[in-house]
Each structure stands twice: as structure tokens, then as C-alpha cells.
Design a protein around this ligand. Structure first.
Ligand code: PLP
Length: 389
């Protein structure tokens, strides 16, 4: 067999590998505490599940339009307006099976040999993987601990040149939990006026998970970039629906048909009952979202305090999402070695910072999508484990 050369450049998401290893250890009877995988430990709220069941009973078993059923796209547009006052045309909304397909399609639209794409590092690993796969050159936007893992607009602007096609931004962020301040976004948007051909993919999938009074900055509210802006959002995190596979994006009017064409070539459409569940999520009570974010905030405070008490660890306060990204240089181990040690010896699953890019060395990611009790127990095991280094 002779496989396509670009496959050699395709990366992966190590969190799934850690999940598999943790499951294997658990099957051997190890008392694993999983702080590795990035998914809420809550169940999808009942009224959302019921809406999907009803859709099945009502006979919604067939294909739907590739960009999503109109009532769902209208509900998405109304939701952006409710949450952010942003005007969104349902024709610009393309529903996808999760947040990832938007990322994949968007990067494939702009990436090719000779092109450059900027992406956050440490950042969600799929950005770099797909940029490389497309043949474009990945240019890291370095996120620094001393900057609370927010990008520097000045630095980003300094990295743009005539080859730059796309800039990927993610706030609140995976894996660092950084939330970029509004003034930094505005500095970047001002500077982008000099680069009218550069598109922006703003991954806002954690937009509802912000702490200590921070407010989400959606780039949809900047009309000067709307004709080259793609905003990725979805249900996976906000409504604890990771396994349903439902996401969406707002595209510029000329790109929405292309995103839809890619969907037709790839998966045809999202399964019908899930789309009805998506409508129920957006139009129904939001209490479950508020309760979940309140729980995450409590756990966030606990884990940050505990991590800062572990020898060799130093942890900044994450402003959003459900991750912390402590500096672990003081342990004397590199990120991968510490990830392995914690899993094998303390039965605590985490993900090495290097899974999120070269600039993740010296850090490991904890997802605090687990109960307070489990988090405290994990921290106590890590303290004991670290003293044996
Ligand atoms: N964007 C970011 C920053 C993420 O962390 C994730 C999932 O972890 C996604 C997108 C993808 O979400 P989905 O599971 O809906 O594909």
C-alpha cells in the first residue's frame, strides 16, 4: 500500500490515549481518578434528552439539510443575540457533528503549502495537527504563564505576513484556562485592519465557563472583521453533551455554502434527534448550565489552592473553561515523565503539557471536571507520590 504523504503529518489528541490507558488500569482494579479528559462529569439535562426521544418517536429518522434544520439554526442565532447582543443570520450558521469538524473544515479551507496559519501554543492539539495535514506552515502564538496564558496582540500582529491566511484564537482556552482580556482582543482587531485578507477562527466553545466576574468577549460583536470571521461554538461543554456530537459555527456569508459543501462530502448532516435536542438546550431552562459552572468554580478554587501546596508545583488562577495548567518544573521531571508517574504510581490521570505544543513543556493539564472529593483525594495522592521523587 502507498498512503498519502500528508497522513504522516497528522497529529492526534493525547487526552484520548490517556483515557484509554486509564480505562485499562481501571479494568485491572486500579482506583483511577480521571483528571485527564476534558468533558463535564454531569449528565445532559433531562429536558434535552426528552427532546431527542420525542424527535425519534415523532419520526425524525431521515437526513436533514446538511447545514442543520432551520429551527436549530434560528435557535443558534437567537442564542447569540440573547447572550451577547450579537446579530447572526441563520443562513450563516452551519451545524456540525461537534466543534471539531468546524475546525477541520476551516483549516482545510485556508491551509495549503506556502500558506501560514497562526495557532495558540499551548493550545488544543487538533489545530496544529490539521494545519500540518493541510500542508500549511503552523506558526505558534506562544501563551505565557506570566501573562495568565492570554496572547499578546502585539506579538500576534508581529507574526503576520503576506503568507498568513488564518489566525486561530481560543478564549476561554484549553488547556491553560486562560481568558483573554477585552483590551487585548481590541488591540488585535485594530491591528488586523492592516491585514484585510487574514481570516480569524475564534474558538468560543467555553464561552459560558468564566469565573470571578469575567465576561465573555465574542468576536461576533466586531463588525469590522465579520466578513472574515468564523466563530466556533457548540453544545459539548455547555450542556454536557460531548457524546452527542453537536456543534456549530457562524461563518461569513460567502463561506457558509463552502462549509456546507464540505459537510455534504463528509458526513451529510448531524443526526436528526440530536438537532432537536440542541433546540431544547438553547430554548429551555438554563439552570443546569448555571449549576454546572458554579460547581466548576468551587472545584477550581479547591484545585488551585491544593496544587499550589504541592512541592514543585506553581499554579496561576485560570479565568475560564475547566482546566488548570500548573508549572511543574520544580518537581525536576519533564511533563511526560510526570504524567506517566502520576498515572502509574498515584492512579491519577492528567495530560502532559507537551500534548498541547512545544510550549507546554514544564506544565501538566488537570481537568477539574470531577467531584471535589475526588479532586482532594487526587491531590493528596500526588503529594505523597511527589515526595518519593
Ligand atoms: N475546541 C476546544 C478548545 C476544545 O477543547 C474542544 C474539545 O475538547 C473542542 C473544540 C471540540 O469539541 P467537540 O467535542 O464538540 O468536538
Amino acid at each position: 500500500m502507498k498512503l498519502a504523504e500528508n497522513l504522516t503529518r497528522l497529529g492526534t489528541e493525547s487526552a484520548f490515549e490517556v483515557l484509554a490507558r486509564a480505562a485499562a488500569l481501571e479494568a485491572q482494579g486500579k482506583p483511577i481518578i480521571n483528571l485527564g479528559i476534558g468533558q463535564p462529569d454531569f449528565k445532559t439535562p433531562d429536558h434535552i434528552v426528552e427532546a431527542a426521544i420525542k424527535a425519534l418517536h415523532d419520526g425524525h429518522h431521515g437526513y436533514t439539510p446538511a447545514n442543520g434544520i432551520l429551527p436549530l439554526r434560528e435557535a443558534v442565532a437567537a442564542d447569540f443575540h440573547r447572550r451577547h447582543g450579537a446579530e447572526v443570520n441563520p443562513e450563516c450558521v452551519v451545524v456540525q457533528p461537534g466543534g471539531k469538524p468546524t475546525m477541520f473544515f476551516c483549516i482545510l479551507m485556508f491551509g495549503e503549502p506556502g500558506a501560514e496559519i497562526l495557532y495558540p501554543d499551548p493550545g488544543f492539539p487538533i489545530y496544529r495537527s490539521v494545519i500540518e495535514y493541510s500542508g500549511a506552515r503552523p506558526i505558534p502564538i506562544v501563551l505565557r504563564e506570566e501573562n495568565e496564558f492570554a496572547f499578546s496582540a502585539e506579538e500576534v500582529l508581529g507574526q503576520i505576513n503576506n503568507k498568513t491566511r488564518l489566525i486561530i484564537l481560543n478564549s476561554p482556552a484549553n488547556p491553560c484556562g486562560g481568558a483573554v482580556p477585552k483590551q487585548e482582543f481590541e488591540k488585535l482587531i485594530d491591528g488586523l485592519a492592516n491585514w484585510p485578507n487574514v481570516a480569524i477562527l475564534s474558538d468560543e466553545i467555553y464561552s459560558q465557563m468564566l469565573y470571578e466576574g469575567r465576561e465573555h468577549v465574542t468576536l461576533l460583536n466586531y463588525p469590522e472583521i465579520r466578513d472574515r470571521l468564523i466563530v466556533l461554538d457548540g453544545w459539548s461543554k455547555t450542556y454536557a453533551m460531548t457524546g452527542w456530537r453537536l456543534g456549530c459555527a457562524v461563518w461569513p456569508k460567502e463561506l457558509a455554502p463552502l462549509a456546507t459543501r464540505l459537510a455534504i462530502n463528509c458526513h451529510s448532516c448531524v443526526n436528526a434527534p440530536t438537532q432537536f435536542a440542541g433546540i431544547a438546550a438553547l430554548q429551555g431552562p438554563q439552570d443546569a448550565v448555571i449549576d454546572m459552572v458554579t460547581a466548576f468554580d468551587e472545584r477550581r478554587k479547591v484545585i488551585v489552592k491544593e496544587l499550589n501546596q504541592i512541592e514543585g508545583f506553581r499554579c496561576v488562577d485560570p479565568g475560564g473553561a475547566f482546566y488548570t495548567f500548573p508549572n511543574i518544573e520544580g518537581t525536576g521531571l519533564n511533563a511526560q515523565a510526570l504524567q506517566n508517574k502520576l498515572l502509574e504510581e498515584a492512579s491519577v490521570a492528567t495530560v502532559a503539557g507537551t500534548a498541547f505544543g512545544d510550549n507546554g513543556e514544564g506544565y501538566i493539564r488537570f481537568s477539574y471536571a470531577n467531584s471535589k472529593e475526588k479532586i482532594v483525594e487526587a491531590m493528596s495522592r500526588i503529594r505523597d507520590c511527589i515526595t518519593t521523587i
